[in-house]
Design a binder for this molecule. Structure first.
Ligand SMILES: NC(=O)c1ccc[n+]([C@@H]2O[C@H](COP(=O)([O-])OP(=O)(O)OC[C@H]3O[C@@H](n4cnc5c(N)ncnc54)[C@H](O)[C@@H]3O)[C@@H](O)[C@H]2O)c1
Length: 326
């Protein structure tokens, strides 16, 4: 499969590395507004994941990774990308821009056959897909969204609880590392709180996951709420859930069901750990959610639990697994 990536930031670079771990996927083009020498620098050196194991250099307008030449361009607008001759099967839009259907359709006019957006779309006309939950919709549209990292952590867990016990109400709170969409120092940002210095604040903010969860679980539309705190951590996040159920199982029954789901429907997507981990322990974890077994607490008809996730590596791996499995 011939793949192109637009946007070589945190997610784009992790997707590149996942593609190079997967021989059946062929990366033929990358576009980002930054110059090629900066792109190569960021592919090589990473403050979270360390020095890349890949051999990376560039020559003219090609990035060379492990001897493989990849066309590199720097266009702001999709329509200007010289991809027409490249016979691209799949474009992955990781630029944080171009999140509407008309914008993403421009890839199709370059001959691209399928487009995946690495975030929730700005409009409601693009299917949002979570592996295991609704990836039967993969073929339903040429343009799809891979949801968000927090949605990927939340959706499988809500699905497991809803199918097995029935959800009356659910609240999730994600304690999320900072991202490039925040400021290092207090400085103008369209969002008041994201304008504040990310390295020294606990920043209450919204999460797109709430809207997406209501969208992909229509029957829970009035029963789910969620919020987020951005914290001064470079990577690794955790979501706490409080869920009110129709039928409450015993603790061992609940753990058995989660274990079974993690080995079947959500194999490679969620798991449970008995280790007393902290957020840096999930850095590079390929899962969408790693449930802390110690956190599971039952009270009346309510259950409380937490799940860790590497918001970059977990999300990017799920995106590449989605491609591989369809
Ligand atoms: N960081 C995360 O944890 C995370 C997780 C899941 C999804 N996402 C989503 O993925 C997208 C990218 O996030 P990120 O954290 O990688 O951001 P980032 O800022 O690290 O990367 C964005 C990249 O896109 C490039 N870019 C900006 N405008 C462009 C344009 N018009 N054309 C081409 N390239 C352009 C930038 O130069 C940058 O390299 C966002 O929509 C974000 O919501 C991020």
């Amino acid at each position: 499969m011939r793949i192109a990536i637009n946007g070589l930031g945190r997610i784009g670079r992790k997707v590149v590395k996942n593609i190079f771990d997967t021989p059946s996927l062929d990366l033929v083009a990358i576009n980002d507004i930054m110059p090629i020498d900066k792109a190569v620098y960021f592919l090589k050196y990473d403050s979270t994941y360390g020095l890349s194991a890949l051999t990376i250099s560039f020559q003219e307008n090609y990035i060379i990774i492990n001897s493989k030449k990849i066309l590199y361009t720097s266009h702001e607008n999709i329509i200007d990308m010289p991809w027409k001759e490249l016979n691209i099967d799949l474009a992955i839009n990781c630029s944080g821009t171009n999140k509407t259907k008309p914008q993403l359709k421009e890839y199709l006019s370059l001959g691209v056959k399928k487009v995946i957006l690495s975030s929730p779309p700005d409009t409601d006309d693009i299917p949002i897909i979570i592996r295991g939950y609704n990836d039967n919709l993969y073929a339903s549209s040429q343009i799809i969204s891979n949801a968000s990292c927090t949605t990927y952590c939340v959706a499988p867990i809500l699905d497991i609880f809803h199918r097995n016990f029935g959800i009356q109400f659910a609240n999730f709170t994600t304690v999320h590392c900072y991202t490039a969409d925040q400021n290092l120092q207090d400085a103008f940002h369209i969002d008041f709180r994201r304008s504040r210095a990310a390295g020294v604040n606990i920043i209450p903010t919204t999460t797109s996951a709430t809207k997406v969860i209501r969208n992909i679980f229509p029957e829970l539309k009035d029963k789910v709420t969620g919020s987020s705190f951005r914290v001064p951590v470079i990577n690794g996040s955790i979501t706490e859930f409080i869920i009110e159920l129709n039928n409450l199982p015993s603790q061992p029954e609940l753990i058995n069901i989660i274990k079974l789901e993690s080995q079947t429907k959500y194999n490679g997507i969620i798991d449970l750990t008995m280790d007393k981990i902290v957020s840096t322990d999930v850095i590079n974890c390929p899962l969408a959610a790693l449930i802390d077994e110690h956190s599971i607490e039952l009270l009346g008809n309510k259950v409380k639990l937490t799940a860790f996730y590497d918001n970059e590596a977990g999300y990017s791996n799920q995106l590449v697994q989605l491609i591989l499995n369809h």
